[in-house]
Design a protein around this ligand. Structure first.
Ligand code: GDP
Length: 200
């Protein structure tokens, strides 16, 4: 997969208005500020691709990027977790997202980003449950790993593994890695997971 040749394809105002189900895609989700744009930029080696500063609370678009080939797409889902959004909007978004994760035929896997200092917040585990219900592989990025020492990173990995197990989510479809867009660490591991999803 030519991650370095990523190009913007289109935006959709809602999951219901996604482009047709052709080719294969991988989706990126995470709370606002989890480091999703930075991770996509590090992955594609393109620091203008996903904007790094967004207005919190504003309705965001779902952005589709091609990965060198029209048949391979990366889907940047809007960040969640901002309290400013109305309850109805939140519930609509949750319904749409669960439907997307459970029904979208082109979707091969979900990358779920969580700040390594605040893993498994509200809604992260809901997303994990929906994905597992839909037999959807999930790869978790514990982002901003540069903020912690090596031993703190290892402790967190251990704790998150244990919590996932407690949630009944220790499935073979679930994997986990530390990631830092700042130090560019974990990029190769992420690439090989995406590669295995897109070209099975
Ligand atoms: P998004 O809202 O999930 O797209 O998050 P952004 O990519 O915009 O990042 C949110 C904030 O975290 C920004 O201030 C980034 O500079 C910072 N950030 C993102 N990734 C990293 C990282 O790997 N290390 C550090 N130290 N900061 C990061």
């Amino acid at each position: 997969i030519a991650f370095g040749k990523a190009r913007f394809l289109t935006s959709a105002p809602s999951i219901r208005q996604c482009p047709p189900e052709t080719g294969r895609e991988v989706a990126f989700a995470g709370r606002s500020n989890a480091g999703k744009s930075s991770a996509i930029n590090a992955l594609t080696n393109n620091h203008r691709l996903a904007r790094t500063s967004k207005t919190p609370g504003r309705t965001q678009l779902i952005n589709f990027f091609t990965l060198g080939d029209e048949a391979y797409r990366l889907v940047d889902l809007p960040g969640y977790g901002y309290a400013k959004v109305s309850r109805e909007l939140k519930e609509q978004w949750q319904r749409d997202l669960s439907e997307y994760l459970e029904r979208r035929k082109t979707l091969q896997g979900l990358v779920l980003l969580m700040d390594i200092r605040h893993p498994l917040q509200e809604f992260d585990s809901a997303i994990l449950h929906w994905a597992m219900q839909g037999q959807m592989p999930v790869h978790i990025l514990l982002t901003k790993a540069d903020k912690l020492s090596r031993s703190q990173v290892n402790n967190t990995l251990f704790k998150v593994h244990k919590e996932l197990k407690n949630l009944g989510l220790h499935d073979n479809k679930l994997s986990l890695q530390p990631f830092s867009a700042l130090s560019n660490s974990g990029v190769d591991e992420l690439k090989s997971v995406l590669q295995s999803w897109l070209i099975p």
